[in-house]
Design a protein. Structure first.
Length: 349
C-alpha cells in the first residue's frame, strides 16, 4: 500500500488555474468509514463555486464530490461490506478529502453498490445529480403517476437524471428546455424527449416563455415544475405551476434575487396557492447524524437497482481523460461557461 497519493488541491480561492497537482498522505479510515480507491470522478457546479470560495472551507482543499471505485480499507465498526467491493457515492459532510484524488475516506452511508452494468465513469456521473433528482421528485414533489412535469435544465447534469426518473415514476408528460439546436438535438437523441415537449427559450421574454410552456401543455399549467438552472428559469417555474401545484428548486440564488413569495397580489405562487420546496442535498451530511445519512445509501441503492434493471438509463457522459491539472482545469472552465450537456467525467489512474 503506497503511503502517498496524487491529488489536485487549491491553496487559494480563484480561477481554474489555482488547481495544482501534488502528493498527499493516503488517508486512514476512521470509525464507521471506508476508504475508496477512486477510479472515476465527475464534476458539478458546486465544485467551481467552492473553488471561488462560496463555502469558505479551510485551505488547502481537495475539491470534488462524485466518485466511483473500490473499497480499499474498512474503518473500525464497519460491517456488511468487504474490501474490493465496487461502490459509487458522494463525498458529502465528514470525509478525509475531496474526489480529485486517488483515495478518499468517508462514512459507509455515503456509498452504494455500483451497478454492475455501468462503467466506473458512468457510475461516477450519478451520485450528486442523481440523488438531487431523486430527492426533488420522490421526497419533495412526491410525484404521482399521470402528472405533467416541467423541468428547467433538462440537458444539464441533474436534468439528465430527472427526465428518465420522472418517466419511471409514471409522469404522463415531461416538458423541458433547450437554449440551442445542439441542446435540443441532445434531448431528442439521448433522452428521447419529443421536440414538441421542448421549450426553445432563445430570444423569448419571460412572458413569451410562460405562454410557450402553457401551449406545450395544451394551454394548462403543470402540477410540478423543477428548477435546476436558477434565475429566470426559477421565475418561469413559478409562473407555469397549477393551482395547489409545487415548485422544486435545487439552485441557490444571490441575496439580491427578487422574487416575492408571500404577497397575495405579487407572488406567482400565492396566486396559485402553490408550494415551493428547497433541495439542499448536503444538509443531512453537514447537520445530521449517522442515522440521517442512511437516506443517502437508500437513495443510491434505489438508483443503482433501477439502473441495473434498466428501469432508468445510464446518464450521458463526456469523458475528458485522466484526472490531472490540465483536464480538471478544462472541466471547470467548460462547466463554468454553462450549457454543458450531461455530465463531465474524468478517470483516475
Amino acid at each position: 500500500m503506497p503511503k502517498h497519493m496524487r491529488a489536485i488541491v487549491i491553496d487559494r480561492y480563484g480561477g481554474p488555474e489555482e488547481m495544482r497537482e501534488t502528493e498527499l498522505p493516503v488517508p486512514e479510515p476512521r470509525a464507521g468509514e471506508v476508504r475508496v480507491r477512486i477510479r472515476a470522478v465527475s464534476v458539478n457546479p458546486v465544485d467551481w463555486k467552492m473553488r471561488q470560495g462560496a463555502q469558505g472551507q479551510p485551505l488547502p482543499l481537495v475539491l470534488g464530490r462524485d466518485v466511483a471505485g473500490e473499497i480499499d480499507a474498512l474503518g473500525p465498526g464497519v460491517s456488511g461490506v468487504g474490501v474490493g467491493e465496487r461502490v459509487f457515492g458522494a463525498l458529502l459532510g465528514p470525509r478525509s478529502n475531496g474526489a480529485y484524488a486517488q483515495f478518499a475516506c468517508a462514512p459507509l452511508q455515503f456509498f452504494g453498490p455500483k451497478p454492475g452494468m455501468l462503467s466506473f465513469a458512468q457510475a461516477a456521473a450519478v451520485p450528486i445529480a442523481g440523488m438531487t433528482a431523486y430527492v426533488s421528485l420522490v421526497f419533495k414533489a412526491r410525484m404521482r403517476a399521470g402528472e405533467t412535469l416541467f423541468i428547467a435544465g433538462g440537458a444539464g447534469g441533474v436534468g439528465v437524471h430527472a427526465i428518465p426518473l420522472a418517466r419511471r415514476l409514471g409522469a404522463e408528460t415531461v416538458l423541458t428546455t433547450a437554449g440551442s439546436d445542439a441542446s435540443e438535438a441532445f434531448l431528442v437523441r439521448e433522452l428521447k424527449v419529443p421536440a414538441a415537449q421542448i421549450l426553445r427559450y432563445d430570444g423569448l421574454t419571460l412572458d413569451g416563455m410562460t405562454e410557450r410552456v402553457l401551449a406545450l401543455n395544451g394551454g394548462r399549467p403543470v402540477m410540478t415544475a423543477c428548477d435546476f438552472v436558477g434565475g429566470t428559469m426559477k421565475r418561469l417555474c413559478c409562473r407555469v405551476v397549477e393551482f395547489d401545484g409545487q415548485v422544486v428548486t435545487a439552485v441557490e440564488e444571490p441575496p439580491d434575487f427578487d422574487l416575492n413569495v408571500w404577497s397575495a397580489r405579487a407572488s406567482p405562487l400565492r396566486a396559485r396557492s402553490a408550494s415551493v420546496h428547497l433541495v439542499n442535498l448536503g444538509a443531512r451530511a453537514r447537520e445530521g447524524t449517522p442515522a440521517d445519512w442512511e437516506t443517502y445509501r437508500d437513495a443510491l441503492s434505489t438508483l443503482g437497482h433501477w439502473l441495473e434493471t434498466g428501469h432508468i438509463p445510464p446518464p450521458p457522459v463526456t469523458l475528458l481523460g485522466p484526472l490531472n491539472e490540465t483536464s480538471i482545469r478544462a472541466a471547470h472552465r467548460r462547466l463554468e461557461e454553462g450549457h454543458v450537456r450531461g455530465k463531465l467525467v474524468l478517470t483516475v489512474e
